[in-house]
Design a protein around this ligand. Structure first.
Ligand code: KIV
Length: 259
């Protein structure tokens, strides 16, 4: 049985595009909640916030703590939390960890990376009434080395299409398609009845997601699929420089900053 917010998202297939972004804290979540349909606590936080080499080092406790913070800033959007690497190795472990994340964070849904390989786990979670978002194409948790776009060979294309179909048939409410060649994203989006959310996957998807830190210029990550809407780093730099100047020149604190 799908909840109201999830049913609304399902109705957006081929209609008004779905707006999604990542958040790792309450402060950012409060801003995103006004404009986004879905806010994702992505395991990208491992690389973006913690400077880890890959998302594989993210633990269950880390994602839970960040999701608890994000939940405090969310009132209307759907809150989705990534299940970290190795937390859904089999049905039982996946269910135990999924229940823990949902209980502690009060999120609406969980996202798992992969298709055919984890389809039994996904079916099991859905049978247990957990809302699941799929993720196909480039799968950061499985990737070794540099991230490269997917869909070059016909074997790879067939596999990704099959993954998306299996996930859709299993009952996921939406699928993130990451870094795939444009025509592949189009084929997938046209061939399944649920919304697709693209990241580096063209405008043929039913919605788009980006990592917020990339969008506002807080990260150093600059692949082609990112559009920078602001340069927050520059603004922080200027503010810190002015603070430093004020401290050194005894201009801060001034009369109005003291008790
Ligand atoms: O971890 C993440 O932030 C994600 C998005 C990039 C889709 O999975």
């Amino acid at each position: 049985m799908k909840n109201r917010k999830i049913r609304e998202i399902l109705k957006r297939k081929n209609k008004k595009p779905i707006v999604c972004l990542t958040a790792y804290s309450k402060t950012i979540a409060e801003i995103l909640d006004k404009y986004c349909d879905i806010v994702l606590v992505g395991d990208s936080l491992g690389m973006v916030l913690y400077g880890m080499e890959s998302t594989r080092e993210v633990t269950l406790d880390m994602i839970i703590n960040h999701a608890k913070s994000v939940k405090k800033g969310i009132s209307k959007s759907i809150l989705v939390v990534d299940m970290p690497y190795q937390t859904y190795k089999n049905k039982k472990e996946a269910y135990k960890n999924a229940k823990k994340i949902i209980k502690l964070t009060k999120c609406d849904a969980l996202k798992l990376e992969g298709g055919k390989k984890i389809i039994n786990v996904i079916k099991y979670l859905i049978k247990k009434n957990i809302h699941v978002m799929g993720h196909v194409g480039l799968l950061p948790q499985s990737e070794r080395g540099k991230f490269k776009f997917k869909g070059r060979s016909s074997v790879e294309r067939k596999r990704i299409i099959e993954d998306a179909r299996l996930l859709s048939n299993a009952g996921v409410f939406a699928i993130v398609i990451e870094c795939v060649e444009e025509s592949l994203a189009k084929i997938i989006s046209k061939s399944i009845p649920i919304p697709t959310i693209g990241i580096g996957a063209s405008k043929h998807c039913d919605g788009q997601i980006l990592v917020t830190d990339d969008l506002v210029g807080l990260s150093n990550f600059t692949p082609k699929f990112i559009k920078r809407y602001s340069n927050i780093k520059k603004i922080i730099n200027k503010s810190v420089l002015r603070f430093r100047h004020d401290v050194i020149n005894k201009k801060f604190p001034s009369r109005r900053n003291i008790y």
